[in-house]
Design a protein. Structure first.
Length: 368
């Protein structure tokens, strides 16, 4: 007995560790695994305080949003996680999912959805409303890669594959067209209808909660429209009067030069700054594109530089290349301009299945 006691004293730490592991192993074996991943002996999920549950759902929602914006696809709430909305009318990915609505005409869609909400778990957001329409049209959805509605302006190929046609600017917009706005941090997306815009999270007191589909006059905010997606099923729909462009400053040489020097920033920041200065961002971008085309050299680099031009029109990317550089060196651009969402570089990316026109790799073949 004395020897046993002495042994235990000498190896007390090891004995305690072994005992703890044995207890944990026994409990894990005897306990029942619940649907939410926890283990209990009474086969019932553990109950938490409301504060803990809210904190859990908040962390889960932010994690899912980060995954969706980074990878470009939706990360659904797990069914049974306890984070499903109480109101089943507010469908959530993983529980209610998307549902089909009447798309026989723009008016039919407005009548079917007016006052109704669609929630993916992050509030009644404008993006969720657009995705609800995508699903009704094609049975599929495209998540914004930036986490904001304005990001859809750079995902033309993906969205057109669902049955839409992209139009830059706002000229000719008619009932049923989905406008992509660039103003603010996240932008906005809504369907143009009878001179106003139909969408979610319009006029909400809290943009993170949002509100259901409603028809709103967005006033001067329409100056930030980057472009719009027209559902192909409505191409034969009688055209509504074209959207009157809000008054804006005439584009001049100074603003073009400032944009080229980076004074107005880039992307959504540029759109917001131009709008604040009283310019129509779409008109300024068109003028900038025209200036770039007029000044761009139209010469193909000699073979000795390492730039490979194939007889079939293909080009092999080498380190340091960009799509814009490739287009300039080979004369692959036209009167529509080279840069921007409506420029030739974007169309070159779409034609070659490139999701991000700023990301290409050495050895990749680019076809004209």
């Amino acid at each position: 007995m004395k020897r046993v006691i002495a042994f235990i004293k000498r190896h007390l730490a090891s004995v305690i560790v072994i005992a703890v592991i044995a207890v944990i192993g026994t409990m894990a074996t005897l306990a029942h695994q619940n649907d939410d991943g926890t283990r209990t002996f009474d086969r019932k999920a553990p109950k938490y305080s409301e504060a803990i549950e809210q904190a859990h759902c908040k962390v889960k929602a932010s994690t899912d949003a980060a995954i969706a914006s980074t990878l470009g696809f939706d990360a659904p709430q797990d069914k049974g996680s306890g984070c499903e909305p109480k109101d089943k009318e507010l469908a959530q990915l993983g529980s209610g999912v998307y549902y089909k609505t009447d798309l026989s005409s723009p008016t039919a869609f407005v009548n079917a959805m007016n006052g109704r909400g669609f929630n993916e778990g992050y509030g009644l957001q404008c993006v969720a409303g657009f995705k609800q329409f995508m699903f009704s049209l094609s049975g599929r959805v495209v998540a914004t890669r930036t986490g904001g509605a304005s990001g859809y302006a750079n995902q033309v190929g993906e969205i057109q594959a669902l049955g839409f046609t992209w139009h830059s600017g706002q000229a000719g917009m008619r009932d049923g067209d989905w406008a992509i706005f660039g103003g603010g941090q996240y932008g906005h997306v809504a369907m143009y209808y009878q001179g106003r815009f139909f969408g979610q999270n319009q006029g909400s007191g809290n943009i993170y909660v949002g509100n259901a589909f409603n028809l709103a006059d967005l006033g001067g905010y329409r100056n930030s429209i980057i472009g719009y997606y027209r559902p192909n099923i409505w191409n034969g729909t009688a055209s509504a009067p074209a959207v009157p462009a809000a008054s804006s400053k005439a584009v001049n040489d100074q603003v073009i030069a400032d944009v080229l020097r980076g004074v107005y920033g880039s992307g959504n920041d540029r759109v917001a700054r131009l709008q604040a200065a009283g310019y129509n961002p779409a008109e300024v971008q068109a003028a900038v594109n025209a200036r770039v085309v007029a000044q761009a050299p139209r010469a193909t680099a000699p073979a000795s530089t390492g730039y490979v031009q194939r007889s079939t029109g293909g080009y092999v990317v080498r380190r340091g290349d960009t799509l814009g550089d490739i287009a300039l060196r080979n004369g692959w651009h036209d009167a529509n301009g080279l840069f921007g969402d409506s420029g030739y570089t974007q169309r070159l990316a779409e034609r070659n299945g490139i999701a991000n026109r700023g990301l290409i790799y050495p050895g990749q073949v680019i076809n004209k």
